[in-house]
Design a protein around this ligand. Structure first.
Ligand SMILES: *Cc1c(COP(=O)(O)O)cnc(C)c1O
Length: 454
């Protein structure tokens, strides 16, 4: 390997002043009508007033806005500049190792204080809540990435933060809980005894290890029953996806600078926010007929909502308290197996991503977890940075596309979202090396049973 200056730029940076100052709202450009959220009781389309107990009015407006661009308030810009713009990297060592004719770029979101893309929306949500007089935010977290992002953001904007953390993660993954404590949040294992829904589930099943769907019900109930508290969600909703588009707007500028526009854009999908954040600004060009870029969303075989779920109206939570939204879903009673990509264990998918999958703009692909860790380790050994298990799903897809390109003698440019680093997920790597990781695939009969009930 050469020790001379690399022949390609490995890192493309933007100055602070070049950070985009507005978000892109893809709702303005969709070539098909949206499907409105429905009231959980009446099953009629909901209005802004139905959401007012849970969210500040500005976020409710963004949720349904048809404006193509929304200005990022300057206090949010100031908060984002703590770690943004983030670097765009060329994975040239991985390219060489794969002997691929493809060019591989990634947007590195692991530089944020919480180590992932999630603070991009957390700081925006904390700001709008503070501006409208909210004193306290409640939320749920699975493995702890979203809880830690919101704990950080609420501290910046001087709000209290209450986190319902899925019990199994609370017990098995203590360090993200430690981060939340550093940033001043209160964290309880879910199901808890703080809420009616938590008490009911504990009465039915005292051993319950919890799930994201249960924790969402608890956090929603907390916010709905207190005047000083609103609820905050880290993915799925339209406004959350929009806040993440700063990733793709930066990446567009950086790819232009690298003189390399992507043929394939890749991301992992849990609720769909990091994927959308990178993809939507590039999808804008495809929707307007200027490009033929492919969009590839990678998910776990253990929780395959877009590749095998049903596109239908479903609840966002187990307790049937949230509005019904039209999405790819495995059913709101689905509790996925304990794979290590905690951030990808959600039964549903963002309605915007689901609609774009349904209309053929986004392709889905699902992987078993061992092959995902093969890719993660191969990446870390070539490029250095250790990916989060969630991110590793995107890397699996990228490596497969790069190998296909080599076999076909094609040379596409691939861009993926490196959604977070894996430095708090090292136990999962230990399990991989110890050979104790198992591959869990959901049977068709089980999917049928879950979605048949909807
Ligand atoms: C939460 C998380 C995800 C999955 O959530 P999305 O909303 O689909 O982006 C992916 N990667 C990392 C590092 C995460 O923390």
């Amino acid at each position: 390997m050469s020790i001379h200056a690399p022949e390609v730029a490995n890192k493309i940076l933007l100055d602070e002043g070049e950070m985009p100052k507005r978000w892109y709202n893809i709702q303005a450009d969709l070539p098909f009508p949206g499907s409105p959220p429905l009231h959980p009781g009446t099953k009629e389309p909901i209005g802004p007033q139905d959401l007012a107990p849970l969210f500040p009015m500005e976020l409710i407006k963004q949720e349904v806005s048809q404006e193509r661009y929304i200005d990022i308030p300057s206090p949010v810009q100031d908060a984002l500049r703590l770690w943004r713009p983030t670097p765009l990297m060329r994975a040239s060592r991985l390219e060489r190792e794969l002997k691929t004719t493809a060019k591989i770029y990634y947007k590195y979101e692991g530089v944020s204080p919480a180590g992932s893309h999630k603070p991009n929306t957390a700081v925006a949500q904390a700001f709008y809540n503070k501006a409208e007089g909210t004193k306290r935010l409640s939320t749920e977290t699975g493995a702890g990435q979203w809880g830690s992002a919101l704990a950080f953001a609420t501290k910046l904007f001087d709000l209290e933060c209450m986190v319902y953390m899925v019990r199994i993660s609370y017990e098995q993954k203590p360090y993200r809980k430690s981060m939340m404590h550093v940033w001043g949040a209160e964290v309880v294992p879910s199901p808890s005894d703080r809420t009616q829904v938590g008490r009911r589930i504990r009465a039915e099943n005292p051993e319950s290890t919890g799930s994201l769907g249960i924790a969402i019900s608890e956090a929603v109930e907390d916010a709905a029953t207190r005047d000083d508290t609103k609820y905050s969600l880290g993915s799925v909703l339209n406004h959350v996806l929009m806040h993440q588009t700063i990733i793709g707007e930066e990446a567009l500028l950086q790819m232009e600078r690298a003189e390399a526009m992507p043929d394939i854009v890749v991301g992992c999908v849990g609720g769909g926010s990091n994927f959308s954040g990178l993809a939507f600004p590039f999808l804008r060009d495809r929707l307007q007929g200027r490009t033929k870029t492919r969009f590839l969303a990678a998910e776990p075989e253990a929780c395959p909502s877009i590749t095998r779920g049903k596109y239908t109206y479903d609840f966002g939570d187990t307790g049937e308290m949230t509005p019904l939204v039209k999405m790819h879903t495995l059913g709101h009673s689905f509790i996925p197996d304990g794979i290590h990509a905690g951030g990808l264990r959600y039964h549903g998918m963002a309605p915007l991503v689901s609609a774009l999958v349904d209309h053929g703009y986004i392709e889905g692909v699902a992987y078993p977890q061992r092959s995902v860790f093969d890719a993660a380790v191969q990446f870390a050994r070539a490029e250095g940075t250790i990916p989060a298990p969630e991110t590793a799903h995107a890397i699996r897809a990228v490596i497969d596309e790069a190998v296909k390109a080599r076999e076909r003698g094609e040379s596409p440019t691939i861009l993926f979202n490196f959604s977070g680093h894996g430095l708090l997920d090292l136990a999962a790597y230990d399990a991989y090396f110890a050979g104790t990781l198992s591959d869990v695939t959901l049977s068709q009969a089980r999917i049928q049973e879950l979605v048949g009930a909807l």
